[in-house]
Design a binder for this molecule. Sequence first.
Ligand SMILES: [Zn+2]
Length: 74
Amino acid sequence: MIGTLQATEAVKLILGKGDPLIGRLLIYSSLDMSFREVKLRRDRDCPICGEHPLITELLESYQTSAAPPVLTAA
Ligand SMILES: [Zn+2]
């Protein structure tokens, strides 16, 4: 279910259509089959989209063969 929602959001962003979940967090509860939406405010100190970003590009680093890729600051 969540994968379908994420794929739909990606298609909306690629096509520039609809109202994507920017600034909103969609919360899904499978126990009572409900959705809830929470507004998110931009964090001025965010290292990615804040006023002074520290992370400006995607880098993959592999610590060991078993470790997942980790995004690090440039
Ligand atoms: Zn951010």
